[in-house]
Design a protein around this ligand. Structure first.
Ligand code: PRX
Length: 651
């Protein structure tokens, strides 16, 4: 057990002592080799960020780097810039025009490569399609696509004309799509006839039809033909992507956008019912993702960079599309599952395309570990030179496995901590510089100020506490769409003028950070945030359910698994088949990622005398722990009965 300072807010128990310095061969040619970057950035953070911003192409230079009226920041004030011209035109106009921008492979093995010139043509033409359909600057466009190049083209085309995109993960249900379209009042939806996952077709257009039937703001639905199954196209509303592209203009001038204009909205789970529409800006966001991609992933011409995230998540926005393309990188995009047709698909892709940089999530790494080393062993992974991890804490064993069996012991690992809200990586090793430790995210990126605080706002020098970001950063969220009050309460009310991400962490004697997970009612399942409230609302939406409380238990692969305690309305009987029905109901309302692993029926839920459900106790039951204090309960018997019931399940 580590020693803790007196003000420590969270107990920590694990200590990991292995240290891995950057391999000499890597260090010698790394983009960042000079320790002084940290001191330089700390001395003048605005000058530090302005230097990165100056490497981008601006229509008009900014007057001031930062205007900070907490919690509202403006970066590169009065500057004008277009994100698509920085990601595409900039390279299409140089000798890089024939460089591959996107190498794509479909699950069925189809291959497509778009050079920067190809991407330039596609983005321009699709921007013209959007314009012809009456999409204007500031309009919201929903994107519900599989991992196909059209997803990146659609995002960049929106950015080109100043429309705000809202990408909805293709694995989300029709209901989730509907509520996101509704919240943003999107005018247009871009989807596909379907996508492939584990050999099966995901019927995206079918789900989109349901959503659009309930969202009158949508004027048109553009459909990409991906699988070629016959579709019902509603006349006047539904249009094929390929038909529209035939009529498109070859060139659309990029709209000069104010640095603070919104670039996109992305929905993420919060502690209360409705997902939050996180709003990101243009100039600050691009500067943040450009800088971190360049330094954290050490990008160089010739690299083949593969981030396995779907574009439906923030990682897909910042580190599949915007960060890498702003750096002129070659990215690999893969449509499907890692175990299709066999469990070596990722390793085959790495070998086939000579991937040099590989960025994935601990949940995937744990699955690979379970499948065994015979799968990666079949392939030549020697092209790899850098590995990354994101989405949840990586356990030291998984880190070591990744290092040994995927990195061949020679690749630095960057374990990057950040969030949908932060837009960019905030805490991470710099691969040519940082001594890494299995399980530690190490230090804040230069220019980022982070520390641990307790509830009273006192600093924790060593031991556990709440992570706090004490200075503004360029890619920080600019708000929650349509809800400034929630923005203030959610992130800025814990301490004065300090950002509260909702994560616990510990600091070791070297000043390295170790993430401990969420401290609020948000779960992290397979690297994706799920609000307990959302799942509870979906359950209560079922006609037979009166009340529910959702907690988590550790899960070998997903990190956390959902356990739902459910009270039925009178007159209904619990059964295995009802449990299955409820799981299906959640899948249908939210999507498969929120499907509970266990449903526990209970006549009552443990409540305080004031009627609050005691999730803490339910969590103890789900995790098989000794029960905590039950004295505040209205009826202490309820928990012991539940505990017996859960343990009797033979889990
Ligand atoms: O709890 C942290 C965890 O994921 C949360 C952010 O989730 P989301 O907005 O969906 O973005 C995921 C991809 C950036 C954080 O609050 N998290 C993310 N990265 C790490 C992490 N936990 C530990 N280590 C990480 N590297």
């Amino acid at each position: 057990m580590t020693r803790e300072s007196k003000s420590s807010a969270i107990d920590v128990f694990l200590e990991e002592t292995r240290v891995f310095g950057p391999p000499e061969a890597f260090r010698q040619v790394a983009n960042v080799r000079d320790e002084n970057v940290y001191a330089r950035a700390r001395a003048n953070p605005e000058a530090f960020w302005a230097e990165f911003a100056s490497e981008l192409e601006w229509v008009k230079k900014w007057d001031r780097v930062l205007e900070w009226n907490p919690p509202n920041a403006k970066w590169f004030v009065n500057g004008q810039i277009n994100v698509s011209s920085n990601c595409v035109d900039r390279w299409a106009k140089t000798e890089a025009r024939n460089r591959a921008a996107i190498i794509w492979e479909g699950e069925q093995g189809e291959e497509r490569t778009l050079t920067y010139w190809d991407l330039y043509r596609e983005v321009n033409r699709f921007a013209s399609v959007l314009k012809k359909l009456g999409v204007c600057k500031g309009d919201r466009v929903a994107i519900y696509l599989p991992m196909i190049p059209e997803a990146a083209v659609a995002m960049l085309a929106c950015a080109r004309i100043g429309a705000i995109h809202s990408v909805v993960f293709g694995g989300f249900s029709a209901e989730s799509l509907k509520s996101r379209i509704e919240d943003a009042q999107a005018k247009l939806l871009i989807t596909a006839d379907g996508g492939y996952r584990r050999g099966e077709v995901i019927p995206l257009k079918h789900d989109a039809d349901y959503a659009v039937a309930h969202t009158p703001s949508i004027e048109h639905v553009i459909v990409v033909k991906r699988i070629g199954m016959p579709q019902r196209m509603k006349k006047g509303r539904d249009l094929w992507w390929h038909d529209l592209m035939r009529e498109a203009d070859a060139r659309v001038e990029p709209e000069p956008m104010d640095s603070e204009d919104p670039l996109f909205i992305l929905y993420t789970s919060g502690t209360t019912g409705k997902p939050k529409g996180i709003v990101h800006s243009t100039g600050g966001y691009l500067t943040g993702v450009y800088a971190t991609t360049k330094w954290v992933f050490d990008l160089k011409p010739g690299d083949v960079y593969w981030c396995t995230a779907d574009v439906g998540w923030i990682t897909g926005h910042s580190y599949v599309v915007y960060g890498p393309l702003a750096n002129g990188a070659t990215i690999l995009m893969y449509e499907g599952a890692p175990d299709w047709p066999e469990r070596d698909r990722f390793w085959r892709l790495i070998e086939k395309y000579g991937v040099t940089i590989f960025y994935t999530a601990p949940t995937a790494i744990r699955a690979f570990m379970k499948w065994g080393i015979e799968w990666p062993k079949r392939c030549n992974l020697s092209s790899l030179r850098l590995l990354g991890s994101v989405g949840e804490p990586i356990n030291p064993e998984a880190w070591m496995w990744y290092h040994t069996h995927i990195g061949g012991g020679k690749c630095p690992i960057v374990d990057t901590w950040w969030q949908t809200e932060t837009g960019m990586i905030l805490i991470t090793p710099l691969p040519g510089l940082t001594k890494t430790k299995p399980g530690s995210v190490t230090k804040p990126f230069p220019g980022i100020e982070a520390c641990l605080l307790n509830e009273r706002g006192e600093q924790v020098e060593r031991g556990g506490g709440y992570l706090a970001i004490t200075k503004p950063w360029p890619a920080m969220l600019r708000g929650i769409y349509g809800d400034p009050e929630r923005f203030q309460i959610q992130y800025w009310s814990m301490w004065k003028n300090i950002y509260f991400p909702g994560d616990g962490a510990k600091l070791d004697g070297d000043g390295d950070f170790w993430m401990l997970g969420r401290v609020d009612d948000v779960l992290n399942v397979a690297g994706h945030r799920i609000g307990t409230m959302e799942v509870e609302s979906a359950l209560v939406d079922h006609a037979m359910v009166a009340e529910s409380a959702v907690v988590s238990r550790p899960h070998e692969i997903k990190g956390e698994a959902l356990v739902a305690f459910v009270t039925l309305k009178e007159g209904n009987k619990s059964s295995e088949s009802l449990a299955r029905q409820l799981k299906d109901h959640v899948t249908q309302k939210i999507g498969a990622i929120a499907r509970p692993d266990d449903i526990i029926f209970s006549v009552e839920l443990p409540k305080t005398r004031s009627g609050k459900i005691m999730r803490r106790l339910l969590k103890d039951i789900a995790q098989g722990k000794v029960l905590g204090d039950t004295t505040t309960l209205a009826d202490p018997e309820v928990v012991s009965r539940l505990k017996q019931q859960y343990e009797g399940k033979g889990e």
